[in-house]
Design a protein around this ligand. Sequence first.
Ligand code: LLP
Length: 481
Amino acid sequence: MSASAGPTTPPAFSPTGTFVPGEPWSSGVRRGPDGALTVAGVDVRELAAAQGTPAYVLDEADLRERARSYRRAFEAAFAEVGAGVDVYYAGKAFLSVAVARWVRAEGLRVDTATGGELAVALRADVPGEHIGLHGNNKSDAEIVRALEAGVGRIIVDSLAEVERVAAASRARGGVPAPVMIRVTTGVHAGGHEYISTAHEDQKFGLSLATAPDAQAEDSPAMTALLAVLAHPELELLGIHSHIGSQILDPSGFEVAARKVLELRAALAERTGFLVPEVDLGGGYGIAYLPGEVALDPDRIAKDVAASVAASSADLGTPLPRFSIEPGRAIVGPAGLTLYTVGTVKPVRVGGAAGDGEAESTTVRTYVSIDGGMSDNIRPALYGANYHAELANRLSDAAPVLARVVGKHCESGDIVVHDVLLPGDVRAGDLLAVAATGAYGRSMASNYNHVPRPPVVAVTDGGTRVLIRRETEDDLLALDLG
Ligand code: LLP
């Protein structure tokens, strides 16, 4: 074999070479006439020159269209079966004041998971009653702040929290606090598979399962619902279930919803109280690589609406109002990250010659960029796959198997495991990594004292910095010497 031969086994990378508009890119991404990528009409070379790199680039029209599509799809499908539905944008995926305003303008509400996310939603003037507060370990200060803001729902995660929210509500002497109980149904979904297990070994929610050695006892979920009903300071608004992330198969939602509706019916039979709302959580999957197909909101909405209608009819209970909490599906595909290429290093992979075996001739081109695991931890944390393209020019050089790596002091500092890039990729080129809008900036760190990149919105040929680039001075300002 010659040294220029390709990999000996077909690697699991995504093909590249000719840019194809569409997912995993946001709808505003094109290749301009001279070969550079443009986002909503903005040339990435100009954007990089003005804002520097790395930079998160957010396609506003794309994000807003996704927010609208989810709301419309769920409203239409649930109206068809006679149920109302609210869409809460899960701010953990990415939240800024502007994004909170955009999703609000598209008719969504905002789901927050901490006091910090709550503060952003409030700064954006999202009305308190359109905000939900999650968290498996809320502080008293977070609970009080949520009550002061008049949030529409506190999603309670433990029996102890029922008491804490009741105490906070009592101390304020005001209207009963609207709460949902987060339950774990035993359904875990993600990717194409889901498994249903009787018991849970995780920190979230209250299990629907009863202990096998105590048949007479109620499940933790039922116990919590009864505890809420026993408190005049609390209003039992709903039951909440979130089953996982990056789900591409609707059946997990349907199985979980059925279990929640059964619990609701059991509570009604026992107490006469019919819980008014059910939240089915987030987790709607997106395309990260060319050829991957995102969950279609119309299809999932229709499937889930039909399934909950059938379950409710079986159980003989009227349908509740529903809500969902998509995060990734709204903001993920709307974002890309722009990097500048630095060191490019061909590395021979596999063993050297010896023991009668031929020398490995597979070469992997390590393309180092000016960011890394500090701005996108997902490949290192979850083995997540992303797609990258040369963004500042077209090249007809033969493609090479590349790995896009960061500038941090770790060999696991990988942003794109395997991608074909033009063989002449070189220092100074721009690389764009697709679908980084969700859980990129929101999970970014300052590892190695790297300042976090800005978030730049592009809209109709214009740019607007939503979150400015951090500076070394910002970081040093925290260091009291
Ligand atoms: N609702 C609840 C209660 C959640 O826990 C989550 C995500 C969501 C909604 C939004 O899920 P989405 O639609 O964005 O998948 N950091 C990970 C994912 C962890 C998400 C945790 N909860 C990632 O980067 O994939």
